[in-house]
Write a protein that binds this ligand. Structure first.
Ligand SMILES: Cc1ncc(COP(=O)(O)O)c(C=O)c1O
Length: 371
């Protein structure tokens, strides 16, 4: 209708580049090896699957909106106060809620150069400006982040370890970051891969949350617990921030099936231990094969490795095509500012055998599509 205001989304939303998940299918192939989304190699605990199935008997009932049993189980497993935990439909939901709660138009949200791409999306969704801070050696730069934080900065998102680089900030560096940021800036430690980390100087972030009133840690059931499809994540934070999240989140944001599976997954500690051991062994094995083939692999604390090709972006693209011709899907890294790289999730041993052979063959035949 002429004269009427046109239908417009809020500022910032149309500047969002929609998140592209890892590919999961290849045309003409019934079966693929999917190493593109950092999903836990061993899948979920059979106990979690059984709990999920049992939840099918009560689909007509609304879930517990407070995730009481799940928060209690998380608290027991990680030694945390359940009252300071909030659960979400994936940690993505919580990362987005934090931007909604603490940032808006005119504000800045800091994240590191090759940080997880949900952060700029979360910032833009609320009209805030995402600010990418350069990394040093593919690692978040504590001094750079502190130096860039100003009056307009409301949030700093740090994935620790980071996806896709695999790098991490040791506990003392994370503390130094917190100390150097203004008190009015919420530090969000996204510890999606915490359970995989074996490095001794790493802390997931709960201690820092306890020591401050402006730090929150997010976690997920999508990685080591193998429950990505159910969408389940959680955060541990200061009481005031948890209170804000509980006001803002939708009342039944986590399904009953996800809650039940989460509780069962937490109880199966043997499954998690197997997953940690498997990951460490297979990650080291693929890193060695890639390195011997002439591909650079930076150290990774997560369940994935970054493969950096000496021949740059063209070679990375050719390697990706070569792998796909063998039914193997990994992740291109152009969107993360690393066009010369592919990210490979640690999968099952036979999947890693296939990936290792494909990368070796690709490099041995000259490292190009037509080599
Ligand atoms: C660093 C990081 N944070 C969060 C997530 C999202 O996890 P969720 O499935 O819990 O939303 C991912 C998944 O790839 C991730 O890599």
């Amino acid at each position: 209708m002429s004269g009427a205001p046109s239908l417009e989304p809020r500022p910032g939303i149309l500047s969002i580049d929609p998140y592209q998940g890892g590919e999961s299918a290849l045309e003409g192939r019934a079966e693929v090896i999917k190493l593109s989304s950092n999903e836990g190699a061993l899948g979920p605990s059979p106990e979690a699957v059984a709990a999920y199935r049992a939840a099918g008997d009560a689909l007509d009932r609304y879930p517990d909106g407070g995730c009481t049993a799940l928060r209690r189980a998380i608290g027991a497993r990680f030694g945390l106060d359940p009252a300071r935990i909030v659960c979400g439909a994936g940690s993505d939901e919580i990362l987005g809620l934090l931007a909604r709660a603490y940032a808006g138009e005119g504000d800045e949200v800091l994240y590191s150069e090759h940080g997880f791409l949900i952060y700029p999306i979360a910032a833009r969704a609320v009209g805030a400006e995402p600010v990418k801070v350069k990394e040093v050696d593919l690692t978040a730069d504590v001094d750079g982040l502190i130096g860039r934080a100003g009056n307009r900065t409301r949030l700093v998102y740090i994935a620790n370890p980071n996806n896709p680089t695999g790098s991490y900030l040791p506990a003392d560096e994370l503390r130094r970051l917190r100390d150097g940021l203004p008190d009015g800036v919420l530090l969000v430690i996204d510890a999606a891969y915490a359970e995989y980390v074996t490095e001794g100087d790493y802390e997931a972030g709960a201690a820092l949350v306890d020591e401050t009133d402006n730090t929150i840690m997010t976690r997920t059931f999508s990685k080591i617990f193998g429950l990505g499809s159910l969408r389940l994540g959680w955060a541990y934070g200061p009481p005031a921030v948890i209170d804000v999240l509980n006001r803002l989140r939708m009342p039944f944001n986590v399904s009953g099936a996800a809650q039940a599976a989460g509780v069962a997954a937490l109880a199966d500690t043997a499954h998690t231990e197997r997953a940690v051991a498997h990951n460490a062994a297979e990650k080291a094995r693929i890193a060695l094969v890639l390195t011997e083939a002439g591909i650079t692999v930076p150290p990774s604390a997560g369940n994935f490795v970054l493969a950096r090709f000496p021949g740059g972006a063209d070679q990375a693209a050719a390697a990706d095509a070569f792998l796909k011709s063998r039914g193997i899907i990994v992740r291109r890294m152009g969107a993360y500012g690393l066009p010369d790289s592919l990210r490979i999730t640690v999968g099952l041993t036979e999947q890693m055998d296939a990936a290792a052979a494909a990368f070796s063959d690709f490099m041995a035949q000259g490292g190009s599509d037509d080599g």
